[in-house]
Design a protein around this ligand. Structure first.
Ligand code: GLR
Ligand code: MG
Length: 449
């Protein structure tokens, strides 16, 4: 008998973070996610994790009547029904159409896919458990790899002691990484120390530096120091389009061999779209380009391909869906692009989702982004993810997503969310301790005011 979904529950949760700096400011002490838990009539439990925020919580809850009571074999139909219902909801929200119909289309896609992924993933988990195959076997052409490579996502880190915000500290004394990850890292030496400590714990061979914090020359100096320390590493930098096209070309030209690819160096400028400036950057420097900013849905993808702007679309399952991000991987494989994954702060459920998607992604992949090293130890599953040589193993003999939820941990993460009144992310708050009245400027690095 094909089991039916008995219950679907949405649990907003929070976890601890360091004071990570980026163009938008400083990460707050807590990051938030929405965990979706489904049970079926066979007694199995399926899980999924998507970005936090009350809007996503409510939209996920609005899907419950379309999910409960239906056979898991109908999962594609369920996902389709939820998508249609959500598109109607989002289109009805005042302001969704601001900027014209085209903008509305892109906005609807992004707002809906986060929620759809939250419905799709627990269903895939339940189906995988029922059929006794991993989720990867149900995606694209099926599982194509068992080892999935991740990168060390390095950040400059602010000094939490300058704030009165409740940042976690002294939470892990087990090794160098545990000791330094909550401490300030405001220069090249500190970031290189971070990279060495993270590589020692997780075995990472690939590094990404979050830029858009200091003057670009200083950030390029950090990249060069990382390459000196790790000559065989694949290294990238991501200033979230804070640099101008001219600046990006000047900074990165001649850095083949140091920078393996560059992520969102520049964005829209005057009459030129981000996809156009990225194409110019790619042509003028010869460097591969990655993005999670200007190639994030199928319409943007079409334009990016025509312009040859993006060689590495970072297809995060959280905003492409599980099936959708593997479809991007298949396309990349067929047209000589290489697939990668974007990330935000997340728990182990999202990590497993990315690993399963990557296990079904054909061809040469870039190491997947993950913020998990900043959260290591805060897993919601009964066992902690085990990295080896920077990789996670997707065992073909472990059915579903491979996460056995620890309900006590889930409840504690929910309490953290409730007790700290966690709402929408606001990276400006922490920055204002550094620079009074600090405000976000998409064209100026956070510490440059
Ligand atoms: O690749 C990216 O742009 C990201 O990882 C986005 C995130 O929001 C990152 O900037 C962060 O966590 O500060
Ligand atoms: Mg990025």
């Amino acid at each position: 008998m094909v089991p039916v979904v008995k219950t679907m529950r949405v649990v907003p949760v929070a976890g601890y973070d360091s004071m990570l700096l980026n163009l938008a400011g400083a990460h707050e002490p807590f990051f938030t996610r929405n965990v979706v838990v489904m049970t079926d009539s066979n007694g199995n439990e399926g899980v999924g994790e998507v970005p936090g925020g009350e809007v996503i919580t409510q939209r996920l809850e609005s899907c419950i009547p379309l999910v409960e009571g239906r056979p898991i074999a109908e999962y594609k139909q369920i996902v389709q029904d939820c998508t249609r219902m959500l598109q109607g909801q989002v289109a009805g929200v005042a302001g969704a159409g601001a900027g014209g119909a085209e903008t509305a289309h892109a906005q609807i896609f992004k707002k809906v896919t986060n929620v759809v992924t939250g419905v799709e993933t627990p269903l895939l988990d339940l189906l995988g458990q029922h059929l006794n195959v991993p989720v990867a076997a149900l995606l694209g052409e099926g599982q194509v790899r068992t080892e999935v490579r991740f990168l060390a996502y390095l950040f400059y880190v602010g000094d939490r002691t300058l704030t009165d915000m409740p940042y976690i500290h002294d939470d892990d004394n087990s090794d160098e990484w545990g000791r330094i990850r909550r401490e300030p890292a405001m220069d090249t030496d500190a970031v290189v120390r971070q990279a060495k400590a993270a590589a020692a714990r997780f075995g990472f061979k690939d590094f990404k530096l979050k830029g858009g914090v200091f003057a670009p020359e200083k950030e390029i100096e950090t990249v060069k120091a990382l390459k000196k320390e790790f000559p065989d590493a694949r290294i990238t930098i991501d200033p979230n389009a804070a640099w101008s096209l001219d600046e990006s070309v000047r900074l990165c030209r001649g850095l083949e061999g140091t920078l393996t690819y560059v992520e969102d160096p520049c964005g829209a400028e005057g009459r030129f779209s981000a996809r156009e400036t990225m194409a110019e950057f790619h042509r003028q420097t010869g460097l591969p380009t990655a993005t999670n900013m200007c190639d994030t849905d199928w319409r943007e993808m079409k334009a990016a391909i025509r312009l040859d702007s993006v060689t590495i679309p970072l297809a995060d399952p959280h905003f492409w869906t599980m099936q959708g991000c593997v479809r991007v991987a298949q396309l990349c494989h067929d047209i000589d692009l290489t697939w990668g994954v974007h990330s935000n702060n997340h728990f182990d459920i999202s990590l497993a989702m990315v690993a399963q998607a990557a296990a079904a992604a054909p061809g040469n992949l870039n190491a997947c982004d993950t913020h998990y090293m900043w959260q290591d130890g805060q897993h919601l599953g009964k066992t902690a993810p085990q990295f080896h040589d920077g990789c996670l193993t997707v065992d073909p003999n472990v059915p579903g997503l491979g996460i056995q939820l620890d309900h006590d941990k889930l409840e504690a993460a929910h309490q953290l969310y409730v007790e700290n009144n966690c709402g929408t992310r606001d990276d400006a708050r922490g920055m204002q301790y550094y620079i009074p009245n600090w405000q976000y400027d998409p064209h100026r690095p956070a510490m440059v005011r």
